[in-house]
Write a protein that binds this ligand. Structure first.
Ligand SMILES: Cc1cc2nc3c(=O)[nH]c(=O)nc-3n(C[C@H](O)[C@H](O)[C@H](O)COP(=O)(O)OP(=O)(O)OC[C@H]3O[C@@H](n4cnc5c(N)ncnc54)[C@H](O)[C@@H]3O)c2cc1C
Length: 512
């Protein structure tokens, strides 16, 4: 039983139904109940490369995903103004890791060399607005690592059609009024307004902010992380784009006095949002900041005519995510802030964990819940640290940025790691878990992009990796070869759409 029909609910329905074996002795059936009264959050347009694996497992074709969700390719993020806020302050966090080899060798980069630009070909490809793959490649394969930018409402609609039309998921449009308890605090059924009680064995709470099952029924409290991550509001807007205009290959994240602005390019519009901390910036100042950004980046758009939507959130996650026979996935499990698009990837990872070890019966759930809770508490803590890393190394002087550098606001493990990384680069030992959400490569891109000094080498170490100068030459050659062979995002996506226009069932199915 899945309650909630946002990105989390429909991803859960598709993943479980696609993995279910209809010939099993006790086949699994999936029901999703979604309230007609409560809208989905409707944002969440940046994803992580895991989305390719997720979509392939669900059985959605890549062309279908790109067309149905008005999607484009995301190859990482570009951070403007995060270090000093001065002109030219910009660095990349690409999805493709830096060249292999001994990271200590990176200390030989010349001062002023941009780490990501020298050690990875992807920033150069992003600067040219190129796609990470050619049309002739098999679906979900790329010359460079990539994810998607997409329209969140269209993604939920695609998943819904796929789940109900192709995977046999039962869809009930009804409002859940409350929960009927079973012995020992378990959930026996959810009581709906028009369809009565709907029973189930395992209940997945995807009710978003409401957290109807995990919070209201199970009484699992949240762990507030707003002392570490201060942002609690966002003003979101959709900006139309001219046909044929370039489509950015990365999320642009531009820092401002009290937060940052996301800018995500889709084929038919841009999604732009001003994220801020209400203790440091009021709504009027945030709106002025957003409009000034729009005027600067889009001179021909009338910023005053756009429909701006306010979203509020609190940086927090549940103390536990799985209690009894109830598992929270999505916003009901927690949300920190939009930086680095860590929310949807956590939905995907939660579903991977559930499906990898799907409970055979109620008796084994307690063990699985305990393991799941430990694994995901670890992940939420690591995400808080990685997001905080973007703020602690800034040299900006506004109160918001100074407060982020206050030692009391920095998670202790991050403070310890930063101390270690003054002497050596982030290494595998710092990231011991299988499937770390943010690997060492991501830390390197942010650390060195923010101007953290490269370590000068340690006295005792295995000498591995080759000649750094030769490796940098290889990156340059690869960048040139890719630039010559990859289409622009616009050319790729327009050609795809043209190929499927007219009689093709894909466009017809998803045209509305
Ligand atoms: C400003 C902002 C920007 C973001 N940007 C990103 C991003 O770029 N990348 C990313 O990965 N994530 C992002 N996120 C997070 C992302 O949007 C969410 O994690 C994702 O959409 C999942 O939401 P959800 O499905 O859990 O909840 P929701 O979309 O809120 O869905 C909740 C569902 O529960 C249903 N429901 C609620 N109560 C009841 C009831 N009583 N009975 C029946 N049904 C009920 C509702 O009808 C709805 O269908 C962002 C979030 C915010 C706030």
């Amino acid at each position: 039983m899945i309650v909630g029909g946002g990105t989390a609910g429909w991803l859960a329905a598709c993943r479980i139904a696609a993995a279910a074996d209809p010939a099993a002795e006790r086949p699994v059936s999936v029901t999703l109940v979604e309230s007609p009264d409560i809208a989905t959050i409707g944002v969440g347009e940046g994803t992580w490369p895991t989305m390719r694996r997720t979509m392939a497992r669900i059985g959605i074709d890549e062309a279908e995903l790109l067309i149905a969700c008005d999607a484009s390719f995301k190859q990482g993020s570009r951070f403007d103004g995060w270090v000093t806020g001065e002109a030219g302050d910009s660095y990349h966090h690409p999805f493709t890791p830096p060249i292999a080899g001994d990271p200590r060798e990176a200390a030989r980069l010349r001062p002023g060399d941009a780490f990501a630009d020298r050690l990875c070909a992807q920033p150069q490809i992003c600067a040219l607005d190129l796609a990470p793959r050619q049309r002739s490649m098999p679906g979900y394969a790329g010359a460079l690592n990539y994810a998607y930018h997409l329209d969140a409402a269209k993604l939920a609609a695609l998943l819904k059609r796929h789940a109900t039309g192709r995977l046999g998921v039962r869809h009930v449009r009804d409002h859940v009024l409350d929960v009927e308890a079973a012995e020992g605090g378990d959930i026996a059924s959810v009581r709906t307004r028009d369809n009565g009680a709907i029973a189930g064995d395992l209940f997945i709470d995807c009710t978003g902010h409401a957290a109807l099952l995990i919070g209201e029924h199970c009484g699992i409290d949240v762990v507030d992380r707003s002392d570490e991550l201060f942002n609690d509001r966002a003003l979101a807007v959709q900006v139309p784009v001219a046909p044929g205009s370039a489509i950015a290959a990365q999320t642009n994240a531009t820092a401002h006095a009290g937060g940052w602005i996301w800018d995500i390019g889709l084929p038919t519009r841009r999604g732009v949002g001003c994220v801020y901390a209400s203790t440091f910036m009021d709504d009027a100042a945030a709106e002025a900041t957003l409009k000034a950004y729009l005027r600067r980046t889009t001179p021909d758009c009338d910023a005053d005519a756009l429909n701006i939507r306010l979203l509020t959130f609190r940086s927090a996650h549940r103390e536990r995510f799985w209690a009894g026979n109830c598992l929270a996935i999505g916003q009901s499990a927690g949300f920190l802030e939009p930086l680095e698009a860590s929310a949807i990837v956590m939905i995907e990872l939660a579903l991977d964990a559930l499906i990898d070890d799907f409970p055979a019966n109620r008796a084994v759930m307690a063990v699985q819940a305990e393991r799941f809770n430990a694994q995901f508490r670890y992940r939420w803590d690591r995400i808080v640290e990685f997001l905080k890393l973007h703020y602690v190394l800034s040299r900006r002087t506004e109160p918001y940025w100074r407060a982020h550098r206050d030692a009391g606001s920095i998670p202790s493990r991050l403070a310890q790691s930063l101390e270690l990384w003054r002497h050596r680069a982030p290494a595998a030992i710092d990231f011991p878990a299988k499937d770390e959400v943010f690997p060492g490569a991501s830390y390197q891109f942010v650390l060195y992009g923010m101007g953290f000094l490269l370590p000068s080498g340690v006295a005792v170490a295995e000498r591995e990796g080759g000649d750094m100068a030769a490796a940098i030459r290889q990156v340059e050659q690869r960048g040139r070869a890719l630039a010559a062979s990859l289409p622009t995002n616009r050319a790729y996506l327009d050609a795809l759409r043209a190929e499927h226009a007219g009689t093709d069932p894909i466009l017809e199915r998803y045209a509305e």
